[in-house]
Design a protein around this ligand. Structure first.
Ligand SMILES: [Zn+2]
Ligand SMILES: [Zn+2]
Length: 68
């Protein structure tokens, strides 16, 4: 299991929903974690697959991105 900065982030980044296999289809999915780039994205539910890379955790404020 990937270690995230805090409990709320772990809940969100490891989000699994029984009804939606794709997090972009799930209104409850907030954060997508990209294991390859170690980046976190805020999922935008506009019907597409857009997400905003976040540099800081919205819950605990920890820096998430090395590049930003
Ligand atoms: Zn956090
Ligand atoms: Zn769902």
């Amino acid at each position: 299991m990937t270690h995230h900065c805090c409990e709320p982030m772990t809940d969100r980044a490891d989000w699994h929903c029984d009804q939606h296999s794709d997090p972009f289809d799930c209104p409850d999915a907030l954060v997508q974690f990209h294991a390859e780039s170690q980046e976190y994205g805020l999922i935008i539910h506009d019907g597409g697959t857009s997400s905003i890379t976040i540099a800081f955790c919205p819950w605990c404020g920890q820096r998430l991105s090395q590049s930003a």
